[in-house]
Design a protein around this ligand. Structure first.
Ligand code: NAD
Ligand code: TYD
Length: 351
């Protein structure tokens, strides 16, 4: 095997899309998926690769140093792509400490293992940390986040991710650990847990349930199809400069309410409903505490220096996403009938 890559959080939304890409594209790489299988982790997302000889799953927790050390020792890891995290802003508002644990302590635990096992021999080694544009805070009507934008995280989620980014950079400066970081905008696509806006709306429209829109629906997000994110990660993993940060985004800004209306039109068509039927489900609910107004990414460094560009238009990506959720009703139903029901009641009953 040419390389052994430890991918943390590989059973989650982005991690599974990434492993599906890398394990089939690079048969000479050994891919070790290290995931605790929290509520957000689902091995069904990896059915296409589970029998490939270059793919291995290890159940483990990034906050547990013994488990992390064991996987480094057993598989002689030379690269890490670190995605494992608590990732949902609303959950971070109700339970910040689990975000501090996983996103900060977990990241440091991995950094310590890389430092210990690579032991100063950094030839052919890489620690690639996957982060979010939310570390930069919230924009007004104008402007874009660039790599040098000052950090200004405003939710427990983004503060925990910002902290992990700082620690990754600190290990580079202090111990010379070879690191690279990317900060990406909002992703959508297959395998996303239906607590996030797009799959939640698809699921509720399908089941004729209200679509909860926070506040007036005027918050803006820059949406990127998850497979384009996976391609960007592949590009940065192979060609990114050590110590550098790359912003990844779709240059695809949408107000939540406009996005939901577009989704309703697509769903009406797919479900054979009258045009306008699904829109009747839109329900304005009380706003998220500290709700960031606008995120928008300038990804020109990645585009100009490494040649990546998004390849899937929003219409194509949404069509594929809707089709995936409609074709994978068992995947969705298992989530909707499990513990998620309690979460949904807690999160939405008093909005
Ligand atoms: P997700 O919530 O879908 O998946 C997270 C995965 O991490 C799950 O498989 C879960 O089981 C695993 N995990 C959680 N805690 C763990 C622990 N202690 N030990 C081992 N595994 C653990 O998240 P996602 O949306 O795929 O996001 C992946 C990464 O990308 C995160 O670091 C997130 O901050 C970042 N990111 C996400 C987005 C987005 O729009 N979803 C955008 C930019 C960056
Ligand atoms: P989300 O998918 O949670 O991603 P993030 O908060 O990381 O950007 O939310 C996307 C946007 O949609 C955000 O502005 C909050 C809003 N939103 C709703 O209006 N209703 C919902 O039920 C959810 C989950 C989100």
């Amino acid at each position: 095997m040419k390389r052994t890559i430890l991918i943390t959080g590989g059973a989650g939304f982005i991690g599974s899309n990434l492993i599906n890409l890398l394990a089939s594209r690079y048969s000479s790489y050994r891919i070790v998926n290290f995931d605790a299988l929290t509520y957000a982790g689902n091995l069904e997302n990896l059915k296409a690769v589970e029998n490939l000889p270059n793919y291995i799953f290890v159940k483990g927790d990034i906050t547990n140093a013994d488990e992390v050390d064991a996987v480094f020792a057993k598989y002689t890891i030379d690269s890490v792509i670190h995605l494992a995290a608590e990732s949902h802003v609303d959950r971070s508002i109700t339970n910040p400490l689990s975000f501090i644990n996983t996103n900060i302590i977990g990241t440091v635990t991995l950094l310590n293992a890389a430092r210990k096992f690579w032991n100063g021999d950094f030839n052919g080694k890489l620690f690639y940390h996957i982060s979010t544009d939310e570390v930069y805070g919230s924009l007004g009507d104008e402007g874009l986040f660039v790599e040098t934008t000052a950090y200004d995280p405003r939710s427990p989620y983004s503060a925990s991710k910002a902290s992990s980014d700082h620690l990754v950079r600190a290990y580079h400066h202090t111990y010379k650990l070879p690191v690279v970081i990317s900060n990406c905008s909002n992703n959508y696509g297959p395998n996303q847990f239906p607590e996030k806006l797009i799959p939640l709306a698809i699921s509720n429209i399908k089941n004729n349930r209200p679509i909860p829109v926070y506040g007036k629906g005027e918050n803006v997000r820059d949406w990127l199809f998850v497979k384009d994110h996976a391609e960007a990660i592949d590009t940065i993993f192979h060609n990114g400069k050590i110590g550098h940060t790359y912003n990844i985004g779709g240059s695809n800004e949408w107000k939540n309410i406009d996005l939901i209306r577009l989704l309703c039109q697509i769903m009406d068509r797919k479900l054979g409903r009258e045009n306008g039927d699904s829109e009747k489900l839109i329900t304005f609910v009380s706003d998220r505490a500290g709700h960031d107004l606008r995120y928008a990414i300038d990804s020109s460094k990645l585009q100009n220096e490494l040649g990546w560009a998004p390849s899937v238009s929003f219409n194509e990506g949404l069509e594929e996403t809707v089709e995936w959720y409609l074709a994978n009703t068992e995947w969705l139903d298992r989530i909707l009938t499990g513990n998620y029901q309690n979460y949904y009641k807690e999160m939405y009953s008093n909005r």
